[in-house]
Design a protein around this ligand. Structure first.
Ligand SMILES: [Zn+2]
Ligand SMILES: [Zn+2]
Length: 313
């Protein structure tokens, strides 16, 4: 144990605010509405001002905007359906009253017991009240995509913010150039659509740019959005490895094992020949040296029986 143990206070993770989880229907509809909105505005943008520019030999605008739209749409859909780093459910048998302490870069963290998920949360793991899950390396819950932003999908989030910034800027510039080049023409549907697209593009550009700036600063300092409200790190961030290393760990480093996939794999239905433990097909006497062989898959079937046995007793 390091000598600094007595000098360092035990750091508590922030307590989640007591908010009642919303029904999943409305947030999901809002996330789907945002995707539809992006497609509708992009369709109008490409069908009117972009079409006019392409017909007049200005192919660069539709091509660049089209590539940025593909990037934005891909990152938005990916973020909607991505796994943010969900940690699977534990059980009360793990001991909610036990105290676990881990050290990160000379800073002690007392692991908090999650009453919903029934395990001691690792540092920087947070229980999202909207999704009702614990997320590894939690950053925030994004209502625009109705998903948590955490360890496994933070890269998609950064890609989405960046691509949205560039795409909004490209739409705004294209519409303005179109309006300038058609000043000698009378008011038409093309001009009306260009104004209709340019106004929300300009309105989103500034907050998106600010959000991108904040995220860049957070990644550089290895900070997380939800930590800013709590200030529990008290000026010293043990997760900060330096700007270059922080960016590498956030954007490029391997993500590690997928805990949710492993939990689903262990709990899968193996086959019709699986037999629950209430109806044993061999004597339960401990003196029996070995049970008779089961037909079918043996390794995975034994995992199922062991997993299910504590709840079935
Ligand atoms: Zn939890
Ligand atoms: Zn969430």
């Amino acid at each position: 144990m390091p000598l600094l143990k007595d000098d360092m206070p035990l750091m508590k993770e922030p307590h989640p605010s007591p908010q009642a989880p919303l029904p999943w229907v409305l947030p999901s509809l809002f996330a789907a509405f945002n995707v539809v909105l992006l497609v509708i505005f992009s369709g109008l943008f490409f069908a009117f001002p972009c079409r006019w520019l392409a017909q007049n030999g200005q192919w660069a605008f539709p091509i660049i905007a089209g590539l940025l739209f593909i990037l934005t749409f891909f990152s938005l859909i990916s973020l909607n359906f991505s796994d943010p780093g969900i940690l699977h459910q534990g059980s009360n048998e793990q001991g909610p009253l036990m105290v676990h302490v881990v050290w990160v870069n000379h800073r002690a963290f007392r692991l908090q017991w999650c009453q919903k998920c029934c395990f001691h949360r690792p540092p920087r793991t947070y229980h999202c009240p909207w999704c009702n899950i614990c997320v590894e390396d939690f950053d925030h819950h994004c209502k625009w995509v109705n998903n948590c932003i955490g360890h496994r999908n933070f890269r998609f989030f950064m890609l989405l913010v960046l691509s949205l910034c560039l795409y909004s800027g490209a739409m705004l510039v294209t519409c303005l150039i179109f309006l300038v080049r058609t000043t000698h023409l009378s008011f038409s549907m093309d001009k009306a659509i260009a104004i209709l697209v340019a106004v929300p593009a300009a309105g989103f550009l500034v907050p998106l740019f600010l959000l991108l700036l904040i995220q860049v600063m957070s990644v550089s300092a290895a900070e997380r959005s939800y930590e800013g409200k709590c200030r529990y790190l008290q000026g010293y961030n043990p997760f900060d490895h330096g700007c270059a290393s922080n960016w590498y760990l956030t954007i490029c480093a391997p993500l590690g094992p997928k805990y949710m996939a492993e939990a689903v794999w262990l709990q899968r239905v193996v086959g019709s020949d699986w037999v629950p433990i209430q109806t044993p097909r061999f004597p339960t006497c401990p003196s029996v040296p070995s049970p008779p062989a089961f037909p079918g898959p043996s390794t995975s079937g034994s995992l199922q029986t062991r997993e299910g046995s504590p709840r079935e007793r």
